[in-house]
Design a protein around this ligand. Structure first.
Ligand code: PLP
Length: 392
């Protein structure tokens, strides 16, 4: 048969989904696996959101909707940005897509052409480089390791920019590290990006999952110029435990929003119509939503602190206390194994599933998701400790 396309040959399958699938298959086969690989909250979607979607389904919201999203949802998202971040956007600047992943992809397609370079700070979310390549553009990685708290410095950014650089991807709070930029840090980075006329895709999907009083800031709010160059991607998956609903959002300058909508109109059409009514309830029934989110944050924060403390008790492991998302990214470089070998052996010998740092462009680390039960975290970290003790 003739060969498959360049796209098919060059795409790397998602390593996070692969590790999680392997862990789930072992579990299904009756193995006692402690899974730290999942990128989703272990809570169910709050009832009021499910009920709103069920009511919409029952009442016949089963047809195509406008490509960029149902109007009341676009309005509610615009109001939410104004209320929370003081960002004034028209509903026309808001696009609802089938998942934040697709929002990212369409945003990249809207601004990148073949030959363009895109700066991706590492450790990065696994899908960015693949999406950039699918747009025909070239990813340029800049490693921001634990010595800078996994945060890119303005000097690192400056050094990576070339005349071909078109876009900078930022992700705070971060997957995989949980790192959160302060306002001052982000302002300094945005200043460099604007001076070089870059677009910024700010992936803010973990914006509500913050601890220790950390505050979410968006580059789009810094100045008129910053607003004109920033594409905000977010979504309902992580904040409201709605990963399976596939609802992502893009908030962008009008011309980019229009391009995203047009790309979406030819590739997927609207996000599932009745699901959007559930999302609308998430934004409209504020008190119920806040109660559900607060309960989730209490559990995440407790697990974060516990896992962090236990990891740092293990000789040879060093872990920063991240202030966002639901991941920790311990440094395991002292064991002299590459991270993929470390994770393979950890799963084989101890039945602990974690994702290797090299999947995120940072060998020598592991990504552990604490979006799982307290018991699994306790048991899993004990097993990790004995695994490490045997390596020493
Ligand atoms: N961006 C980041 C950094 C993520 O971690 C994820 C999910 O893993 C997404 C975007 C996309 O989420 P979804 O497609 O479920 O909305």
């Amino acid at each position: 048969p003739s060969p498959l396309s360049t796209w098919a040959q060059n795409i790397a399958p998602s390593p996070t989904l692969a590790v999680d699938a392997k862990a789930k298959a072992l579990l299904a086969a009756g193995e006692d696996v402690c899974g730290f690989a999942a990128g989703e909250p272990d809570f169910d979607t709050p009832d009021h959101i499910k009920e709103a979607a069920a009511a919409a389904l029952k009442s016949g919201k089963t047809k195509y909707a406008p490509t960029p999203g149902i109007q009341p949802l676009r309005e509610a998202i615009a109001e939410d940005y104004a209320a929370r971040l003081g960002l004034k956007v028209a509903p026309a600047q808001v696009i609802v897509s089938p998942g934040g992943k697709f929002s990212c992809y369409l945003s990249i397609l809207a601004v990148c052409s073949p030959g363009d370079e895109v700066i991706i700070p590492a450790p990065y979310w696994v899908s960015y480089p693949e999406m950039v390549k699918l747009a025909g553009a070239t990813p340029k990685f800049v490693l921001a390791d634990d010595t800078t708290g996994f945060r890119l410095t303005p000097a690192q950014l400056e050094a990576a920019i070339t005349p071909r650089t078109k876009l900078l991807i930022l992700n705070s709070p971060s997957n995989p590290t949980g790192a959160v930029y302060t306002r001052a840090e982000l302002e300094a980075i945005v200043e460099v990006a604007l001076r070089h006329n870059l677009y910024i895709m700010s992936d803010e999907i973990y914006e509500h999952l913050l601890y220790d009083g950390a505050k979410h800031v968006s580059p789009a709010t810094f100045s008129k110029e910053a607003g004109a160059r920033t594409i905000i991607v977010s979504g309902f998956s992580k904040t409201y435990s709605m990963t399976g609903w596939r609802l992502g959002t893009t908030v962008a300058p009008a011309s980019i929003a229009k391009a995203v909508a047009e790309l979406q109109s030819q590739t997927s059409s609207n996000a599932t119509t009745f699901a959007q009514y559930g999302a609308l309830a998430a934004l409209k029934e504020k008190e119920k939503t806040k109660a559900a989110l607060d309960a989730m944050l209490v559990a995440f924060d407790r697990r974060r602190k516990f896992l962090h403390a236990e990891l740092n008790k293990i000789a040879g492991v060093k872990c920063l206390l991240a202030q966002g998302a639901f991941y920790l990214f311990p440094n395991i470089s002292s064991f002299g194994l590459n991270s993929s070998e470390f994770c393979d052996r950890l799963l084989d010998q101890q039945r602990v599933a974690a994702v290797f740092g090299s999947a995120f462009g940072a060998d020598g680390y592991l990504r552990l998701s604490y979006a799982t039960s307290d018991e699994i975290i306790k048991k899993g970290v004990e097993r990790l400790a004995s695994f490490c003790a045997n390596l020493k």
